[in-house]
Design a protein around this ligand. Sequence first.
Ligand SMILES: N[C@@H](CCC(=O)N[C@@H](CS)C(=O)NCC(=O)O)C(=O)O
Length: 199
Amino acid sequence: MKLLGTLTSPYVRKARLVLLEKNIPHEFVNDPPQGSLVLQANPMGRIPALILDYGFCVFDSSVIADYADTLNDHPVLIPRNDVKARLRVKRWEALADGIADSAVVVRTERVREANKQDESVMNLHNTAISNALDYAAGLLGFDEWCEGNSITLADLALTSALVYLDLRQPERDWRAAHPNLSAWFAKMTKRASVISAGG
Ligand SMILES: N[C@@H](CCC(=O)N[C@@H](CS)C(=O)NCC(=O)O)C(=O)O
């Protein structure tokens, strides 16, 4: 299978981390949003897109993660039998993707000409990020993993969002505000998958 996307996208990183953690053979193909390969795979031109060996194209990182998780059991990243645990993991994913969504909006505003930037949009989304980080730190507490006793999609999604936040908002001192999240993230960034996906 081929995973299309860029190295900086938080959604692509999440999909890559799932494939890497589960040791699923794949080729990473660097192609940007609206790139020629991406457009053949995803009519919306968004990344990531996963092209399966029989040509079927899967898009949206959540769908890719869901599909990839069915391919083997080591590890199971989205709980299968415990409905409440599954819901908690998927909600973590939504929270992490929400941080990424807002960081992308702020980034999009920031790269516009100064007189075209919408301060209220940036404030709204920066506040959403702060609130989501508060919420994530509270949920995590001093647990080793976001959910249960082992790594899940929740950890990978949150890691991807925070790597992106560090990239686009290096001035945001979320580590000082949330030492527990900081310690958890430091451990996550030492994992082979995270290093291999580019930090
Ligand atoms: N919900 C989607 C979001 C994907 C997404 O918005 N990717 C961005 C790159 S970070 C993109 O392709 N943007 C280009 C566009 O929206 O046209 C997912 O999780 O895959």
